[in-house]
Design a protein around this ligand. Structure first.
Ligand code: BDP
Length: 592
């Protein structure tokens, strides 16, 4: 799916800004046809933003149901005769859109874009009413799953099975854009690199008639290869590879009839071989974090200032990678990673398929007994999940920074039905993109003898909390247990590389302790250092990503004090003591 761009023939207009807004019980506004007129009793909210933290009102923060958004849309006069498209970069977790009184489109899934051709309805120069109903409920069949229950006094309450606040709203930009009617609908590239040569295999999806020309330019604008036709290969004899720390991008310029699109392309290869994760044939060791899209006030909204600052902190600390835990991030983040040579593990929003964790987080005792069943994670969930994978790959397939797909986080892979649920999804991911390794992030409670899916994965991604949820306060025992745990995976799956995708400790900034004590800055520092020692003793470990980059908001509960405090940075991005230790370890890091 192509991101809207401005060029000689294409134009964009962002609809971001203050929109009219109103929360409502699920279905009420549809029944009363609120899209037929100006929203009554509405107030202004910014787009993009989560709505939850904007007002000092419990009913807004904890709202479960619909959130109505409305604005006036006007396409420029100059767009007459063009194809006009309305695009939402995300609407969390689902939305229905009306233009004036006409229902245009609905979309399920809170973290991937959707768009609709509005050429027949939008009259350039004319004002149109744009109404969006966003719904934030999570159910067993949604991704992520959750459960809506009724409180004793008849309100709706959302139980989430994952450990981050269920922020909702229009989190990313809304666009109107114009292209010629005969247009380039999609571009897919797959690259390979074997020093010094590189190739770019491309495939175009075209609507309408026209001749096709494809030109590849280097970063100086020099033409290095060209081709004709909707499918082909561009060869570069002496290629400048994209790689970690090397955000070198070519631009692939596509001409189709009068349409133009220029796609940034990084030439690189990714391969898992003999226990190593190879980028451009070289062993790569991941350093970095699991992150979150999470800041004060705006919640999960994409914000360029936060993005630039977070990447600067990644650079400062010597991180070369991150995981988009636990959902696809704004596409701008991937573009930035492309340009700056940061390596990304790209994850779907399938998080929380785990009753043991759900019980702790949702505080609920009456969850179904069987996780993979019609009452819980069902065929319907699997269908939503597959669609989420399709949409993730459709959006992100051309980003060189993305080196691996993670189809989910910490599902319980012990119960009956887990393999039947996940095996087809792993297979589908590999079929959709044969060029990238596929993983599914393993939870500590599922050991190598119990995990029903690990044999299908290219890389073992393990989340481990020795010294925190187990052996808490005793780093000596934690060190022994961690090493034993990891060696059991190496024994069972010799030759499969391991990335530790989570490890860490909740830490209150400013809390200090002479002796190792949980929650202190020293404890987090020592726990991370201990993990580093163990990883260095195990050649199979090809990466370490600390949980988490920064403190983040969660649901309320007895496990969390003002959110999850496992950040190496605070929520406002100040370093805890551990940040300095990681910086020392990661700057110029070489696996021993
Ligand atoms: C893991 C989850 C992550 C949590 C983390 C924690 O993958 O989302 O935030 O543990 O408990 O289970 O801090």
């Amino acid at each position: 799916m192509l991101k809207p761009v401005d060029n000689a023939v294409r134009e964009t207009r962002k609809l971001d800004g203050l929109w009219q807004f109103k929360i409502a019980p699920t279905g009420l506004g549809q029944a009363q046809k609120w899209y037929q007129q100006a929203l009554s009793d509405a107030r202004e909210v910014p787009v993009p933003s989560s709505f939850n933290d904007l007002f000092p009102e419990l009913a807004v923060r904890d709202h479960v149901g619909d959130a109505w958004y409305q604005t006036t849309l006007r396409a420029p006069n100059g767009w007459s005769g063009q194809r006009i498209v309305l695009r939402f970069d995300s609407a969390t977790h689902r939305a229905t859109v009306w233009l004036d009184e006409r229902e245009l489109v609905s979309h399920e899934g809170g973290y991937t874009p959707f768009e609709v051709d509005v050429s027949d309805w939008v009259k350039p120069g004319q004002a149109h009413r744009l109404t969006v109903c966003v719904n934030n409920e999570l159910h067993w069949h949604t991704i992520p799953p959750g459960r809506v229950v009724n409180t004793a006094d008849g309100r709706k309450s959302q139980q989430v099975f994952h450990d981050f606040f269920n922020y909702a709203g229009l989190h990313r930009s809304v666009w109107l854009y114009a292209t010629p009617h005969a247009h380039i609908a999609d571009i897919s590239v797959q690259t390979s690199y074997s020093a010094p040569a590189g190739t770019v295999d491309y495939r175009l999806e075209l609507q309408g008639e026209g001749s096709v020309r494809v030109v590849l330019r280097d970063a100086h604008g020099e033409v290095v290869a060209n081709a004709e036709g909707p499918q082909g290969q561009l060869k570069v004899d002496t290629a400048h590879a994209w790689g970690p720390g090397q955000g070198y991008l070519y631009s692939m310029e596509v001409e189709f009839g009068s349409d133009r699109y220029s796609l940034p392309v990084g030439i690189r290869s990714v391969e898992v071989r003999e226990g190593q994760f190879l980028i451009n044939g070289q062993p790569f060791y991941f350093t970095g974090f699991g992150m979150h899209e999470d800041t004060a006030i705006r919640g999960k909204a994409h914000d360029p200032a936060t993005m630039v600052h977070d990447f600067a902190l990644l650079g400062w600390i010597g991180a070369n990678s991150f995981r988009t835990s636990h959902y696809p991030y704004a596409e701008e983040v991937l573009e930035y990673a492309d340009r700056h040579g940061i390596v990304v593990i790209d994850e779907t929003a399938a998080v929380g398929m785990n009753m043991e964790i759900a019980r702790k987080l949702a505080g609920s005792k009456d969850l179904p007994d069987e996780l993979y069943s019609e009452q819980a994670i069902s065929k319907a969930t699997q269908a939503t999940h597959l669609q989420a994978i399709r949409e993730l790959i459709a959006r992100d397939k051309n980003h060189p920074c993305v080196v691996m797909w993670s189809i989910g986080n910490e599902p319980d892979l012990r119960p009956a039905g887990s393999r039947e649920y996940f095996a087809p999804l792993v297979e589908a991911t590999k079929a959709l993109d044969p060029t990238r390794p596929v993983t599914l992030v393993n939870v500590m409670m599922v050991g190598p003898e119990e995990d029903t899916v690990a044999d299908l994965l290219d890389v073992l991604c393990l989340n481990r909390y020795w010294g925190w949820y187990a052996e808490g306060g005793d780093l000596q025992s934690a060190e022994l247990a961690l090493e034993q745990d990891l060696r059991s995976w190496v024994d069972k799956y010799p030759g499969k590389p391991i990335v530790i995708t989570e490890y860490g400790a909740d830490t209150m900034p400013g809390l200090h302790s002479i002796l190792p004590s949980m929650w202190s800055e020293e404890y987090q520092r020592d726990l991370l250092t201990m993990h580093g020692r163990v990883f260095d003793r195990l050649p199979a470990v090809v990466g370490e990503q600390v949980w988490n980059f920064a403190d983040f908001a969660t649901s309320q509960g007895i496990m969390r004090v003002g959110g999850n405090r496992k950040g190496v940075f605070t929520r406002d991005r100040q370093p805890k003591a551990a940040a300095h230790v990681l910086r020392q370890r990661w700057t110029g890091f070489q696996k021993p």
